[in-house]
Design a protein around this ligand. Structure first.
Ligand code: GLU
Length: 303
């Protein structure tokens, strides 16, 4: 399969979408990201890398980071984590307050903001230096020692993150956040502010295409855990559009409001795309379309 030709073609084809939608301007530091950026990277399980456009340029991965914190937290805490966070699609906005109150402080899944706060809290309880642990983890997975937190984005989110503050405080009131609220939020804002490129992301996420093994063959998670993380990405990884994404893309995917989206084709490859303009659900317009075109042209799907 000529992956390079396929993704070069996709990069041309998605260009009309750059002018549609909105960048994530509710986070001030992201409001000024140029909307004509587009990158895409594919990494096969055999280690072949294909990249196009701005695939080497770092951007704010936002809630794609939740895949990495969940992977780490599951490693440290194990199945007990599921007592504090559910596994069902939310059917609501990713930052819904009303759903959390209705469900008495147990977030629907780890890929909505409240669920991410609980996972981050669990990780912090297990690892006192969780910020360093997370950074080391993504650097090792991607093989890029230069990956860093974008402090400006983290500060910007901390200054404007009133909904996240409300969610974390509510979790605390319901005894489902054990650590200090501000400390948990500081890690959450930093994980969202991880700056990584499509190439970094494709490499970092590829353990989920290899049944839980890293590029060197070493285990990152067990095969059943890799299956479960993929299942959660499929059912809850693209906000309140997971059904539509299963329909259109047909593979586990996780997006972030920085315009990034990653996808897994188990046993074959990992892919990542980036385009800053978002649709109403918070998913990258051109990123989603790129994955849709890729699975259509290759014929790959989990269904
Ligand atoms: N930092 C963003 C927020 O909390 C993450 C949103 C996302 O990418 O899902 O609103």
């Amino acid at each position: 399969m000529d992956y390079q030709r396929i993704i070069d073609g996709i990069a041309r084809e998605v260009q009309p979408l750059f002018v549609r939608g909105r960048v994530a301007d509710y986070i001030p530091a992201l409001a000024s990201v140029p909307r004509d950026k587009f990158g895409m990277a594919v990494l096969t399980v055999d280690g072949e890398l294909y990249a196009t456009g701005d695939a080497g340029e770092a951007f704010s991965i936002q809630s794609i980071s939740q895949v990495f914190t969940l992977t780490l937290a599951l490693g440290y805490v194990g199945e007990k984590l599921w007592r504090r966070v559910g596994k069902e699609p939310s059917g609501s906005a990713f930052n819904s307050l009303v759903q959390l109150e209705y469900e008495k402080g147990i977030p629907r899944n780890p890929f909505i903001n409240a669920g991410a706060h609980v996972v981050t809290d669990a990780l912090m309880a297990a690892r006192p230096y969780a910020k360093e642990t997370l950074l080391k983890f993504v650097r090792e997975l991607s093989g890029n020692p230069d990956i860093a937190y974008d402090e400006e984005v983290a500060r910007s989110e901390a200054a404007s993150g009133f909904r996240n503050r409300a969610l974390a405080n509510f979790l605390k009131a319901e005894s489902n956040l054990h650590g200090d609220v501000d400390t948990v939020l500081d890690l959450y804002f930093h994980q969202c502010a991880l700056a990584m490129s499509c190439i970094d992301l494709a490499r970092a996420i590829a353990f989920l295409a290899r049944g839980g093994r890293g590029g060197d063959g070493a285990r990152v998670v067990s095969a059943p855990q890799a299956k479960r993380i993929n299942a959660l990405m499929q059912t809850s990884g693209t906000y309140d559009a997971a059904g539509d994404m299963a329909f259109r893309i047909g593979i586990p995917a996780k997006s972030g409001v920085g315009g990034g989206i990653v996808g897994i084709i188990p046993g074959r490859l990992a892919l990542a795309a980036w385009s800053p303009a978002l649709d109403k659900t918070g998913n990258s317009l051109a990123g989603v379309r790129a994955l849709e075109l890729f699975t259509t042209r290759t014929g790959f799907s989990v269904f």
